[in-house]
Design a binder for this molecule. Structure first.
Ligand SMILES: NC(=O)c1ccc[n+]([C@@H]2O[C@H](COP(=O)([O-])OP(=O)(O)OC[C@H]3O[C@@H](n4cnc5c(N)ncnc54)[C@H](OP(=O)(O)O)[C@@H]3O)[C@@H](O)[C@H]2O)c1
Length: 269
């Protein structure tokens, strides 16, 4: 059983707590917030100010293996020293870290396991890995990014911009549609001469952040101290999976031999 502390009990934190409480691999030991009284959430999990959590008394009585942070960018500077002293594995989902915050997180990662992920859903991170792989395999395919969000979202999606950066595309390759109440739709379209590949992600509920955070902390706890991004964990899984034989190789076939890519993918010249 992985003992977890959660920092942040706002819109995202509450959804993450729901997922952690439903997952039998985890024991959610406490939830910290900025202010308020010492109390409990609806399921009896202690809910209290971060300053109160960071006391020897509380942490000795409620030890955790790792902490998930869905609060704000300043918190890591408040709990960082305690995280290092107590050897917490740290999953920070803060989207708005500046360079100084990231430098501090990397400094902590000299001694403990730290993962920073501004977008922590498994789906979006898988999409980035898959799209990068296909872009590498088929650099001549046409590529466009489509993002759709609720009517009042003013800016181009940060996830779409990150996708464009990772695929080495200009941001003018992003098309944004604003319609009704769409939570979040991202699509990378690869146009080949004889086929089209679409990689699509649809956000449904905030609980998806919890699924991603649960994956991240369980994987992080198997790693040595260091600084990680979500895609590092996915790459590691991918490498392990590729190293596993899917079926027995025919006699004489060299282990690890690759088929030419042209066998499987159209290339536009
Ligand atoms: N990586 C991702 O995919 C992802 C997805 C969603 C959100 N996020 C990030 O998660 C964070 C929270 O988002 P949200 O929409 O849930 O915000 P929110 O509704 O405003 O909730 C913020 C929560 O964090 C707590 N908090 C803020 N500063 C704190 C501090 N210094 N010490 C302790 N607790 C503190 C607040 O405490 P009080 O309750 O006492 O006010 C509140 O419970 C944001 O940084 C956002 O960027 C990331």
């Amino acid at each position: 059983m992985i003992r977890v502390g959660l920092i942040g009990h706002g819109k995202a934190g509450q959804a993450v707590a729901t997922v952690l409480k439903q997952d039998p691999r985890f024991a959610l030991r406490w939830i910290a917030r900025r202010q308020g009284e010492v109390g409990q959430d609806n399921d009896g999990v202690p809910l209290l100010p971060l300053a109160r959590v960071l006391t020897d008394d509380w942490l000795s009585a409620h030890p955790v293996d790792g902490v998930i942070d869905f609060s704000s960018r300043e918190s890591i500077h408040i709990y960082g020293a305690v995280a290092r002293a107590r050897r917490w594995a740290l999953v920070s989902a803060i989207s708005a870290y500046d360079d100084g915050d990231l430098t501090f997180a990397q400094h902590l990662a000299r001694d403990i396991r730290v993962l920073c992920s501004p977008n922590i859903t498994i789906g979006i991170n898988f999409m980035m890995v898959a799209a990068r792989l296909l872009r590498q395999i088929a650099p001549h395919a046409d590529v466009e990014i489509l993002e759709q969000h609720f009517r009042d979202k003013p800016e181009v999606s940060g996830t779409a911009r990150k996708l464009a950066k990772q695929l080495d595309l200009d941001e003018d390759r992003i098309t944004s549609l604003r319609l009704g109440g769409i939570v979040g739709h991202h699509e990378v379209i690869f146009g080949f001469p004889y086929q089209t590949v679409r990689i699509v992600h649809e956000a449904i509920r905030r609980e998806a952040f919890g699924t991603g955070a649960a994956f991240a902390i369980s994987e992080l706890l198997q790693q040595p101290a260091g600084f990680y991004r979500f895609e590092d964990l996915l790459h590691q899984r991918l490498h392990e999976d590729l190293a596993r034989p899917v079926f027995a190789a025919p006699p004489g076939q060299q282990k690890g031999a690759r088929r030419p890519l042209e066998d499987t993918v159209d290339t536009a010249s």
